[in-house]
Ligand binder design. Structure first.
Ligand code: DUC
Ligand code: ZN
Length: 459
């Protein structure tokens, strides 16, 4: 492998920025410091550039069956897009199947989908959709397989678990020092609202946010936090979208509970008026939970700033317009999900750091350090330090571009951020010491490794 010496970059961490050189040897960072030299290294002048640890996306869905179709991006196209956007590691959601299936079967299925295809490093969370003594015995097996985080759904009939099982699973995970991320929405009332909408002949995508309102997300957040409180166990609320749900998280924390929270760029940057775009245009934005209101965006930005939300992931789950059209006559058949894995870093920089909503250090905390700690990757990943994996994003703070489905690497013909200007973007990406992407081109694909994860280290 080549040796690289990156000179005079601004190395970003959650605690500060400093002008430094980085020496990369093999897959690791050999040294950081000033005035470094090395005779046999390829020297790159990166002055004026920000050097982030590789971004970690803790929430993707590649090669996933949804609503009778399969996501437009599989692990091959999805991780290429991720890498081009500076993401050097994704954690995708593997799932157990309902009907007496084991977690191990789910894990093997996800390895078949991903192994040998990934252009960035990868791991899986495990979605538990059925609980019994046999499944319980598999939790330590999952830990051996490097899976230390789980997922529970409070909605979707094929995935959801009832309150009793939520309690049992959350309590069991605590025994093993693990936690689950929870998809929080009140399935029953959503179903009733869908029936009302259909009975009234309201069948277009503008109805999507109306049948999945913020209150029904907040209710589910409240309920699962009461359940977790009863179990005396930590949980994570994934893709948190709104102010009312955030208040529930704060209330539980005030009661002494450990609660982690994640949000996504679509909830920080888009408003629910998108669902009323003409000509079925709202279908592009159908995802669950839905995109909310301006005041919710503001609450989420504040929560990033104060540390109430620990990470920004994408919930990448992409479909083409033809796939979205499966719900042309009935919005409940529109496959839910958006592409986003390529644009998260540049969006957060342009609309967070540049606007002064968050600092560049906070961006590093949200995209690198916190997900590395939460998902048991620290300090191998999430930080630029001696001995860490040489996953490095050379970020040009002045590069300008415009997001477009035509030029994106995701395998879709739509993008929810179409037309958004970017000021700051990824220039080079090192994946474990390999210069794997540069100026929007993959130089070395399919280098991604499955990473065995440790337990949560976020205090
Ligand atoms: N929400 C979506 O919109 N798609 C995939 C899974 C999810 O939770
Ligand atoms: Zn998801």
């Amino acid at each position: 492998m080549k040796k690289y010496l990156l000179k005079n970059g601004t190395v970003v961490s959650a605690s500060g920025c400093s002008r430094m050189d980085i020496l990369i040897e093999g897959e690791k960072i050999l040294e950081t410091g000033t005035e470094l030299s090395c005779e046999d290294a390829i020297v790159m002048d990166v002055s004026g550039k920000l050097l982030f640890p590789g971004f970690i996306d803790g929430h993707t869905h590649f090669d996933l069956e949804v609503a009778g179709t399969v996501t437009a991006d599989d692990f091959e196209t999805g991780t290429r897009a991720a890498l081009l956007g500076g993401t050097t590691m994704v954690i995708d959601y593997a799932s157990q199947d309902k009907g007496g299936h084991s977690l191990m079967e789910g894990l093997e299925k996800w390895h078949r989908k991903a192994d040998g295809k990934c252009s960035c490093d990868y791991s899986f969370h495990m979605s538990v959709v059925e609980w019994n003594e046999e499944v319980e015995k598999e939790i330590p097996l999952m830990l051996q397989e490097g899976i230390t985080s789980f997922k529970l759904y409070m909605t979707y009939p094929a995935m959801m678990v009832n309150d009793a099982d939520l309690y049992r699973i959350i309590k069991c995970l605590k025994k093993y020092d693990c936690f689950a991320g929870i998809h929080c929405e009140n399935a029953g009332v959503i179903d009733a609202l869908i029936q009302e909408a259909k009975a009234a002949g309201r069948l277009g995508p503008e109805n999507h946010p109306l049948v999945r309102p913020d209150t029904l997300e907040a209710e589910a957040v409240h309920r699962v936090l009461v359940i977790a409180g009863q179990a005396g166990a930590p949980v994570m609320i994934v893709h948190l979208t709104n102010r009312k749900a955030l208040l529930e998280v704060e209330r539980a924390r005030q009661n002494g509970q450990t609660v982690y929270a994640e949000t996504c760029p679509q909830y920080l940057l888009l408003e629910d008026s998108v669902y009323s775009k003409p000509d079925f245009g709202g279908a592009v934005y159908v995802c669950a939970p839905p995109i909310r209101k301006k005041e919710d965006q503001e609450a989420l930005w504040d929560a990033l700033k104060t540390g109430e939300i620990q990470t920004v992931a994408t919930d990448q789950c992409s479909f083409t317009l033809a796939q979205k059209a499966l719900g042309k006559e009935d919005f409940t058949r529109i496959p839910g999900g958006l592409p986003g894995v390529q644009t998260r870093g540049a969006l957060l920089y342009t609309y967070g750091v540049r606007t002064g909503r968050i600092t560049v250090e906070k961006m590093c905390e949200l995209l690198c350090e916190n997900p590395a700690r939460l998902y048991g990757l620290w300090p191998r990943k999430g930080v630029i330090a001696k001995g860490s994996d040489a996953d490095i994003v050379v970020f040009d703070p002045e590069k300008e571009s415009v997001i477009s489905a035509r030029t994106q690497a995701c395998n879709t013909d739509n993008n929810p951020f179409e037309g958004f200007s970017l000021h700051g973007d990824v220039e080079k990406v090192f994946l474990r010491g390999n210069l794997a992407a540069e100026n929007g081109q993959i130089l070395m694909g399919k280098l991604g490794k499955y990473i065995y994860r440790d337990k949560n280290q976020l205090a």
